[in-house]
Design a binder for this molecule. Structure first.
Ligand code: NAG
Ligand code: NAG
Ligand code: NAG
Ligand code: NAG
Ligand code: NAG
Length: 418
C-alpha cells in the first residue's frame, strides 16, 4: 500500500538504524519528558484526542464534526524535541496533521511540520515553515522516502540561537540558519509550546484541493509516542528559561557537518518538491518578468500597450505556490472602451487553475468593470463582476516570488555516512 512513487530503496538502511539508536541513548541522559500525560494537555476536540497506555500513547482523531489537538504544558526556549508519529493511514486525502512549536500572541514565532494527506498509495506531502514575528513564507515541501502512515517515525526539531534543523529518523531534511547578520529574521526571542492537531483542509490540502476528504473512511487517526524534549524550559512569568549547562552546550554544538550535510543534500535533491524564495527586487521588472509579446520596459516601470496591430503581455519568471502577490497598476486612461487588461495567476497547460482580474474598459467618464474569476482544472469555480468607480487600481508593491517546484522524491539510494 506504500506510496511507490515516494519510496526509496536505501542500501544504507542499517546505518540509519544505528544512528537512530545512538541518538536515542544520548537523549535519555538529559531526558526531560517522556510521559505524555504529564507533558501534554488535550486542548480541543471533545474527546477526539486521547491519552492511552499510562501516557505512553496519544491519539488525535478527525471526523465529520471536528478535529482535535494537544499542546505541551511547558514552554521551551531552544531545545531538541523528538516525537514518534504515525500519520493517518489509507485514504488520508483532505486531512492535515500539524506538529509545531509556536509562541503565543501577535507577532508569533513558529517552527512547523505539516503532513498533507493523500489518496491511498499516493505520497504524503510534508510541508515545513518557519515564522518570525508573525511572518512565514519560508515554506519547503518534501515527499518522504518511506510511507509515514504504516509505522512510527521520529520527527525532530533542533532549535538553538544559530540554527533550526528539521530531521526525520535522524536524517536532516532542512536547515534554517540564523542569517540575522544579513537582515533575515530568526526566531529566538520568544519561548514556544509544542502543538499538534488534525483537521480537515480539503479546500486546498490534497492535490491543490481537487481531492476531497472521503468521510466514509472517518475517523482519521494520527498516533504519537516516545516524546522527548532536551530543552531549556521557561520558568516563572518573566521570560526566563533554564536548562543545565550540559543540555545547553549539547544543543549549541549539534550543527550539521560532513556526513549529515551529505544527507541533507540527498534529501534536497531527491525529496524536496518545493522551496520558497525571497529573490525579488521591488519593482525590478527585468529580474522578475519576461515580456511574452509586445514592447517596452524599464527597471521600475513596466507598460503594456495595444494598438491596431497588436496587444502585449508579460509573465513572471518564477512560479508561485500560495503567496500574497501585490502589484500596482494604472489602467488605460480616457476612452478605453473595447480594451481588456487582464492580470492573473496561471500555470501552463490545458486544464489549468487560474486566478483572474480582468478590467473591461469603458468610454471616458464611465466606470471600468472589474471581473474576477477562479478556475479549478479549467472549470470556473467562482466568478464575479463588479463595477468600479475609478480607472485606477492601486495595490501596494513589492512583488514577492517563490522558487520553482522540483522533481519529486524518486527511487534512489541514500548516501553513505562518509
Ligand atoms: C504518566 O503520568 C500519569 C499522570 O501523572 C500517571 O498516572 C501514569 O502512571 C504515568 N505513566 C507512566 C508510564 O509512568
Ligand atoms: C499527492 O499525490 C500527488 C500525485 O503523486 C502528488 O503530486 C502530491 O504532491 C501528493 N501530495 C498532496 C498533498 O497532494
Ligand atoms: C530555498 O530558498 C531560499 C530563499 O531563496 C534559499 O536561501 C535557500 O538556499 C533555498 N534552499 C534550497 C535547499 O534550495
Ligand atoms: C460602462 O459603463 C456603463 C454605463 O455606466 C455600465 O453599465 C457598464 O457596466 C460599464 N462597463 C462596461 C465594461 O461596459
Ligand atoms: C461572487 O460569485 C460567487 C460565485 O458565483 C457568489 O457565491 C458570491 O455571492 C458573489 N459575490 C458577490 C459579492 O456578488
Amino acid at each position: 500500500m506504500g506510496p511507490s512513487s515516494g519510496s526509496c530503496s536505501c542500501s544504507s538502511m542499517m546505518k540509519m538504524v544505528m544512528m537512530f539508536v545512538l541518538f536515542g541513548m544520548e537523549s535519555m541522559r538529559g531526558l526531560l519528558g517522556g510521559n505524555m500525560s504529564e507533558e501534554f494537555e488535550i486542548t480541543w476536540g471533545s474527546g477526539r484526542g486521547k491519552l492511552l497506555n499510562n501516557g505512553q500513547l496519544l491519539t488525535l482523531t478527525l471526523d465529520h464534526f471536528s478535529g482535535s489537538g494537544f499542546r505541551s504544558r511547558k514552554e521551551y526556549h531552544f531545545g531538541k524535541i523528538d516525537i514518534q508519529l504515525k500519520v493517518v493511514p489509507g485514504n488520508s486525502a483532505g486531512t492535515v496533521t500539524a506538529y509545531y512549536l509556536s509562541s503565543e500572541g501577535a507577532g508569533h514565532d513558529e517552527i512547523d511540520y505539516e503532513f498533507l494527506g493523500n489518496l491511498t498509495g499516493q505520497p504524503y506531502t510534508v510541508h515545513t515553515n518557519v515564522y518570525t514575528g508573525g511572518k512565514g513564507e519560508r515554506e519547503q515541501q518534501f515527499h518522504l522516502w518511506f510511507d509515514p502512515s504504516t509505522d512510527f517515525h521520529t520527527y525532530s526539531i533542533l532549535w538553538n540561537p544559530h540554527t533550526i534543523i528539521f530531521s526525520i529518523d535522524g536524517i536532516p531534511i532542512r536547515e534554517y540558519k540564523n542569517r540575522e547578520a544579513r537582515g533575515i529574521p530568526f526566531p529566538k526571542k520568544q519561548a514556544m509550546k509544542l502543538y499538534s492537531s488534525i483537521w480537515n483542509a480539503d479546500q486546498w490540502a490534497t492535490q491543490g484541493g481537487r481531492i476531497k476528504t472521503d468521510w466514509s473512511q472517518a475517523p482519521f487517526t494520527a498516533s504519537y509516542r516516545n516524546f522527548r524534549a532536551e530543552a531549556c524550559v521557561r520558568v516563572g512569568g518573566r521570560g526566563r528559561s533554564s536548562c543545565s549547562p550540559r543540555i545547553y552546550s549539547s544543543l549549541i554544538t549539534k550543527g550539521l557537518h560532513g556526513a549529515s550535510q551529505n544527507r541533507l543534500r540527498w534529501v534536497r535533491n531527491k525529496c524536496m518538491i518545493y522551496n520558497y524564495s525571497v529573490a525579488f527586487a521591488a519593482g525590478n521588472f527585468y529580474q522578475n518578468f519576461d515580456l511574452t509579446w509586445g514592447i517596452l520596459n524599464n527597471d521600475q516601470l513596466l507598460t503594456l500597450s495595444l494598438d491596431k496591430a497588436s496587444g502585449s503581455g508579460f509573465q513572471s519568471k518564477n512560479e508561485y505556490l500560495f503567496r500574497k502577490i501585490d502589484m500596482q497598476l494604472r489602467l488605460v486612461p480616457g476612452n478605453s472602451a473595447g480594451t481588456v487588461t487582464a492580470y492573473y495567476l496561471s500555470p501552463q497547460g490545458a486544464a489549468h487553475d487560474e486566478i483572474d482580474f480582468e478590467f473591461l474598459g469603458n468610454v471616458t467618464g464611465e466606470p471600468y468593470t472589474l471581473h474576477t474569476t477562479v478556475f479549478n482544472q479549467g472549470k470556473v469555480a467562482g466568478s464575479n463582476s463588479s463595477v468600479s468607480g475609478s480607472t485606477q487600481l492601486l495595490i501596494s508593491t513589492p512583488i514577492l516570488s517563490c522558487g520553482t517546484p522540483r522533481k519529486s522524491c524518486k527511487q534512489s539510494i541514500l548516501p553513505n555516512q562518509n
